[in-house]
Design a protein around this ligand. Sequence first.
Ligand SMILES: [Ca+2]
Ligand SMILES: [Ca+2]
Length: 712
Amino acid sequence: MSNDGEVNHRFSIFSFFVAGLCVAVLSAVLPANASVNVTQHHNHDSRDGLYIDSAFTPTNSANLARDTNFNGAITGNVYAQPLYIEDGPAGPMVIAVTESNNVYALDAVTGNIIWQRNVGTPITSGLPCGNITPLGITGSPIVDLPSRSLFLDAETTPTAGTFKHMIYSLNVDTGAINPGWPVDVSAAVSGFDSSVQSERGALGILGSIVYVPYGGRFGDCGSYHGRVVGVQMNNPASVMNWATTITKAGAWSIGGVANDGTNLFVTTGNGSVTGTWGGSEAVIRLQPGPIFSGNPTDYWVPTNWQSLDSGDTDLGGSGPVIVDVPGATPPHLVVALGKDGNAYLINRDNLGGISAPVASLHVSGSSIIQAAATYRTNQGTYVVFRANGSTLSAFRITATNPPTITTAWTKSQSGVGSPFVTSTDGTNNMIVWSVGTGGDQRLHGYDGDTGAVVYSGGGPNDVIGGTHSYSTTGIVARGRIYLAGDNRVYLFRVPIPALQLTLAVSRKTHGSAGTFDIPLPLSGNPGVECRTGGATDDYTLVFTFTNNVTSGNASVTSGIGSVSGTPIFSGNTMTVNLTGVANAQTLTVTLSGVTDEFSQVLPDTPVSVNMLIGDTSGNDVVNATDVAQTKAQVGQPVTTSNFRTDVNASGIINATDVAIVKAHSGQSISAPHARARSSVAIAQLGTSLGPRPELKLRPRLCWGSLEASNHT
Ligand SMILES: [Ca+2]
Ligand SMILES: [Ca+2]
């Protein structure tokens, strides 16, 4: 376990059925209003690296561009994957950590710093070996959303020559250190030597415990072990440790600790060579704790493990990837990728001990070190991996008995980071992304089935700085890709339509006749709501936008009435319920902070409605014409062309409606609330019963076909 330079790699498991979390993620498209969060490395416990985002169509993806307005400036070199947390106190946040031991929450839209915290002096000298300087936070952190906690491991040097691994829990919303933290690992774990243990792999969470994987440093110095340390998230004094029985055999892959919802999985690298297997070159399954049973069902080791050990040919340069392949026997797999260039399929229901794998194939002429990704299309189940610094490669796992590995596509690229994948729905428009780390420093996108180029790196503004070979990988949220390089977080966006309000209506259900909407023009004279509001004068306004909307507020800013309850968001609509709405007035409701699925915010937008019960013609006056219109529809079915005459929204047009109109006859919209009206017209409003020629020029949106022939 050791090489940091370029020879290790990791395997991913994709779980559809065994792991409940994965089932949910892969089988359903997220509702538009669901929160999007990237809480951990490669997005899921399975480490699949899959992001479902409807904005990433092939056309949109081809037009990806860096958002140069995004600030993103941070201090320190970055090896860890950023995270994305949506419901922060100031909106969506990107979390980034650096080797300078700086932790940041950035505004996900502007890239400005929301909070930052330094968690100790990074190490710059004195270690027996290693290749990262300064050395601080390397492994990808993880967020526990229920407790709003961010967990990370920081290497610190409180005094010269003293080295520590400190596991922190921070309030993800504020950056405050949670009570009882950090955990000083060398104090909590017997035999743990912080000078020779590295923490390069991503943290994991299963149940109530956060898990931190450890290996050695570049150069394999000292008596480190492959370890997983588990800390109770709500009781940091409770620490458990699993370690390989032999020294070395580090758990160092950047994907770190995967889980299938029940158990943890890690891979290990080369151990100190002995005649008895002691944890090296293995896929290890751990029970929560972590606890290792020692049973062959809970580990898999290639039969040539001693040769791999002596050659520093780690199995564990790539972490385990949890993959389920429906129709295959066995269907529940762990995929491992070795520095020997082999891909291995392991039966997750019985790992098998030191034995032949379910299947294997030599898939790279180079040492594989990275974090793979996995996805399923209508063409099959894929694993895509960084084969080396200039090759991205994908293979398929066949749905057969037993499953086999077949090569799918291979692309040459100038620099290759660990891949990640987008899909518009979990199955279609699968696009594999990889950064040209150490090469062209550009983001590249490929068709998941064919490898055809979807995005070839963009223009002059689209270069990424400070990448780190296999460590650099991106995340996806809300039509955006975030990448973290040294001293900067980068944002790329697909073309996103601006958030605009396109339609406002006043909606009522007319008994069994159905729901009918009165349009409320967004400019010019307000639409007229002519229907009654029931015992408490209730109305409902529905607003439609260009994009799906997720949050926002509404309030009455003019007129008498109030918003009841909180707005309801569904797809691209926002529904606002009103109560206590007075008649014969202009009511203005102002929308504020309405936010779409891409985190775009609508400027404050007022929408007005003229409330005038009985004004079936919609000309701001109730008079004989309205009475006549209503009488003419008595007994007729309620339709889109006459629903205004069902003024009590009963679903029936009858004498009751006529009586209501008559009772309101003579009322009009009063002057102070009427908009865009001449003084002459205002003077006429209170008493006008006859034709008002100047009003004929105004568009009448409510009455439909009757309007033209029966205008007041
Ligand atoms: Ca009228
Ligand atoms: Ca009626």
